[in-house]
Design a protein around this ligand. Structure first.
Ligand SMILES: *[C@@H]1O[C@H](CO)[C@@H](O)[C@H](O)[C@H]1NC(C)=O
Ligand SMILES: *[C@@H]1O[C@H](CO)[C@@H](O)[C@H](O)[C@H]1NC(C)=O
Length: 459
């Protein structure tokens, strides 16, 4: 008995105990997050019960075993005030904006009808695991909101969708504002009005976003090209974010946009078909970007007017990285994409501790592993052990690299694979960035109804 007790204690110390219903344990900054812990897994019967369970003070493992549809649950705003921002040059294929806190300013007004539930996420309290079953877990019409000191939440294997995608300010999928220890894993987000993920302005604390899919395909595009602009916004002061194994595709901006003194480690992610920018690293941010694949990404990194510090690993800075942090760093790979740069060693020197359990692999292995692993419905008992201990399994197909330092073997992809530092002239010509209009500067606007970010952005 005492042996078992000490074994349990030892395993707990190693941080490898899985919470009930949850697959695996988080790596990176959110390691140690246990969500609902050992609370028995149970599925709510309807949205009323789900809302109650998410918001109460009981530690819970909440199974999302079907679609929970919040559309119309709070009624519709009909003939409400919206506007046509300058970005909408394509009418019904673009996004008009809900007049959130007078954001619309002098833009031409129009009336609109939207679903009220989308505007603010469901309140999630501390010590919850929210876990999708198979590929059945969908929350439609409303996102998740964690704020005011909420900590220790796991969100795994669910799809959040249909938050007034026609409208800017129509809804954010996952919002963190004054939180700590949040693990977002195997989540899919699609068809939102505003951000797929947003933190700020209060610190989101220690966060890991892993194996998730940010699907930007939309019929209402702020960039008027079928791609979603508002993807990931990291605005929390002092956030420590590990962003890994994610699939970010068909977006056109803010993938991610970072500002306000936070730390983001983005490694082994796959960006595909982004018609605008991926990274926008703003003031005081420390961005450590390694071992990612940017495939058909027009602008992997925007030139911010007040740039923060970035270390984006290339084949020529791998040795610098190694001498600074004592392990081999992984170069980013660009395929039919623009450029990424940043060799600010202060990022490495100031890197905070606590990002435990990470395993950065070569970019040559990222595309296939992300495609087979990211998003909902990818967890299975046969994969559990492998995912936990070695997220990028060697049994997956390995792509070859035409870049220096490549060690992987396998068929060379037809679209031409190259690592940073070996960029060819095959880079597609850049499409112009959306024009930023005057009148909406960068000011904090706290206190509006649904915790949005009025006044930010490129228009
Ligand atoms: C969450 O769980 C921890 C550990 O059991 C506990 O100390 C804390 O009070 C809980 N938080 C809430 C809000 O219930
Ligand atoms: C990539 O995006 C472009 C521009 O929207 C589109 O024409 C093309 O079909 C997309 N490619 C894929 C494979 O989705």
């Amino acid at each position: 008995m005492s042996f078992i007790k000490s074994l349990v204690a030892a395993v707990a110390l190693l941080g490898t105990v899985q919470a009930a219903g949850v697959t695996g344990t988080p790596v990176g900054f959110a390691s140690g997050t246990t969500g609902g812990g050992n609370a028995a897994a149970a599925a709510p019967s309807d949205i009323t019960e789900l809302t109650k369970w998410l918001g109460d003070s009981t530690p819970r493992t909440i199974l999302i075993d079907k679609e929970f549809n919040y559309l119309s649950s709070q009624g519709k705003c009909t003939d409400c005030k919206c506007c046509v921002p300058d970005s909408n040059t394509c009418g019904s294929a673009g996004q008009n904006a809900i007049d959130n806190s007078d954001w619309c300013g002098s833009y031409p007004t129009t009336t609109c009808t939207y679903d009220k539930a989308g505007l603010e996420g469901i309140t999630v309290a501390s010590n919850k695991s929210i876990v999708g079953v198979g590929s059945e877990g969908v929350i439609r019409g409303k996102g998740l909101l964690m704020k005011n000191g909420v900590s220790n939440v796991i969100i795994q294997n669910i799809h959040i969708t249909e938050l007034n995608p026609q409208f800017i300010w129509g809804g954010d999928a996952i919002t963190l504002d004054g939180t700590d220890k949040i693990w977002i894993d195997h989540v899919k987000v699609s068809l939102v009005g505003r951000q797929m993920f947003v933190s700020g302005y209060e610190s989101a604390g220690k966060v890991t976003i892993s194996n998730s899919e940010f699907d930007g395909r939309t019929s209402w595009s702020s960039s008027c090209d079928g791609h979603h602009y508002w993807t990931v916004l990291g605005y929390g002061k002092g956030d420590h974010v590990t962003f890994t194994g994610n699939y970010i595709h068909h977006t056109s901006g803010r993938s991610p946009k970072l500002e306000f003194a936070n730390y983001w480690h983005a490694y082994n992610n796959y960006w595909f078909n982004n018609t605008g920018h991926a990274f926008d690293v703003g003031e005081n941010v420390n961005a450590f970007i390694e071992g990612n694949v940017f495939h058909q990404v027009d602008t992997p990194m925007l030139t911010d007017s007040k740039p923060g510090a970035t270390f984006a690993v290339t084949t020529s800075t791998q040795s610098t990285c190694k001498s600074a942090i004592g392990r081999t760093c992984s170069a980013n790979t660009l395929v039919q994409s623009g450029k990424i740069s940043g060799s600010d060693e202060s990022v490495l020197k100031n890197w905070p501790s606590g990002e435990t359990g990470i395993n950065v692999v070569e970019a040559t292995r990222v595309r296939s592993s992300v495609l087979s692993n990211a998003g909902v419905g990818k967890l299975s008992s046969s994969k559990r052990r492998r995912d936990r201990e070695f997220p990028f399994a060697p049994s997956l197909p390995i792509l070859s690299s035409a870049g220096p330092g490549a060690s992987a073997v396998g068929p060379r992809p037809t679209w031409g694979w190259k690592t940073v530092g070996a960029q060819s002239s095959a880079t597609p010509s850049a499409t112009p960035e959306p024009v930023q209009s005057a009148g909406f500067g960068h000011g904090h606007r706290h206190g509006h109804g649904h915790g949005g970010f009025g006044g930010f952005g490129w228009f």
